[in-house]
Ligand binder design. Structure first.
Ligand code: SME
Length: 160
């Protein structure tokens, strides 16, 4: 948990760094998370368009993915767009409704991001390890999302 304190302090500085635009800040946050937790192999932020019911990838760290747009309901990310709840997938091969981005990925954790109580996006973590996530990971990502939610400009998402 003390590690979390250090990670969150770094992320706080990124969020408040006025010299970078928000695309860069989100990317830097992804990079800090990927560099800090060994089993976070891919980290990305998707944001929602509630009118078209689509998620759009706005920043990531890790290998590029083809899945930059995901319909609500599709895959782990799309399910979280509808459920408004954290989704921990210890083994992606056990999931029918899963979108594979990289054959090396074995597990996934998605945590929704709320602005004024509305699920406007999410942070998505892919891991090449089987069942690596614990409650502390979800807690860390919830805190990151709360910080981002507080400052992110509303051009990143579209409400209904
Ligand atoms: N696996 C995700 C798709 C996004 S990639 O992990 C980058 C899903 O099933 O929604």
């Amino acid at each position: 948990m003390s590690d979390h304190h250090y990670i969150l302090a770094k992320i706080d500085r990124i969020i408040k760094s006025d010299e970078n635009n928000w695309e860069v800040r989100l990317k830097d946050i992804c990079q800090v998370l990927r560099d800090s937790i060994p089993y976070f192999n891919w980290v990305g932020f998707y944001f929602a368009n509630h009118q078209t019911k689509m998620l759009h990838l706005k920043a990531f760290a890790g290998i590029p993915t083809d899945h930059t747009e995901i319909p609500f309901g599709k895959g782990i990310c799309g399910q979280v767009a509808l459920s408004n709840k954290n989704f921990v997938v210890p083994n992606v091969h056990d999931q029918d409704n899963y979108i594979a981005c990289d054959i090396n990925v074995k597990s996934e954790l998605v945590v929704p991001l709320f602005v004024d109580g509305i699920n406007v996006g999410q942070i998505d973590i892919d891991s090449n390890a089987l069942d690596p996530f614990d409650n502390n990971d979800a807690l860390l990502l919830e805190k990151v999302n709360q910080k981002v939610a507080h400052y992110i400009p509303n051009i990143f998402y579209t409400l209904a």
